[in-house]
Design a protein around this ligand. Sequence first.
Ligand SMILES: *Cc1c(COP(=O)(O)O)cnc(C)c1O
Length: 368
Amino acid sequence: MSMKKRIEVTRPSMPPIEEYIDEIKGLWKSRMLTNNGEKHLELEKKLSEYLGVENLCLAVNGHQALECIIDVMGIKGEVITTPFTFASTVNALVRRSLIPVFCDIKADDFTLDPEKIEPLITEKTSAVMPVHVYGSLCDDEKIEKIAQKYSLKVIYDAAHAFGVTKNGVSAASFGDAAMLSFHATKVFNSVEGGAAVFKDKKNKALFEQLKNFGLNKEEPEFFGGNAKMNELSAAMGLCNLRHIEDSISARKRAAMRYRENLADVKGIYIPPEGDGVKSNYAYFPIIVQPEKFGASRDSVIDELSKNGIGARRYFYPLASENKAFGENRNTLKTPNALYASRNVLCLPIYEGLTDEEVDMICKIVRYF
Ligand SMILES: *Cc1c(COP(=O)(O)O)cnc(C)c1O
């Protein structure tokens, strides 16, 4: 075993190095390395086309994009969100002085349960922030209906949903705004990077100003920060975007093979692909149902690890379990989220993972 390379849960996609060098060569002449340079403008345009959205703004990373979206939209008070997410979602709310109100998820696909939103709405609620977990799409129609009834904004954390569509419509276009992440470990990467997508065009202009210190030309008009994407990252994005279809196909192949291999294993639950959804196969989550499977999620992870395979407890712990919440930590109000975080594991999936590797991983899970 020690001779073999370890299989990690993910591996960033990278273009051929020559392609990247070609892409960045011009920068040594132009010396324009940031501040809405040529690569930035081109990537923004190409991504808008690929995703089929308007009003897309690039950012230094997904998290900063989310914080800027909150500012741009003037969100105040309480925001209803999910505890079953990466820390970033909830951190963005707290860092922008908002109160996250945790709503439970659906047990079948781990997304925010629209049936449980209304009882949590108070006069202080101003927005809902759902997450398209693992690229499983939220029930946007039901969420939209509730938002309209109570005049709430909807901001999607679409960090996992790059390129995912429902009935041909891009998930990045759902809601009043959406955040995308182009972090190295995501389906599409610009090393670090992210974007905001707005329904309303005027929010794009505001976002552009906010991500550049609040400057209008040279004049500061409000207290913005710095969340600009640089040209070397944009160039990486341009290269990776050329290969995105191949990259998603490779992930799909692995996902299908996992599904086939694990379909009849008692006590292993695999979330379904939604109706009309074209997935990006960003993750391959399974729930180990300990009572039926006869072993715990953590013991499966240990066994995989002994065999040189990195599976990840993602998301564990819940975002609502952050120690900083102190006395207010209460996971019992969101039992589905609690169950998922205690029993979920993500199996390795990336471009370059071979059929043999998938089969070996499945064998270990199956015969454990
Ligand atoms: C990756 C991720 C983020 C943060 O994106 P960065 O680009 O790493 O800042 C936010 N939310 C979720 C659900 C993520 O997976």
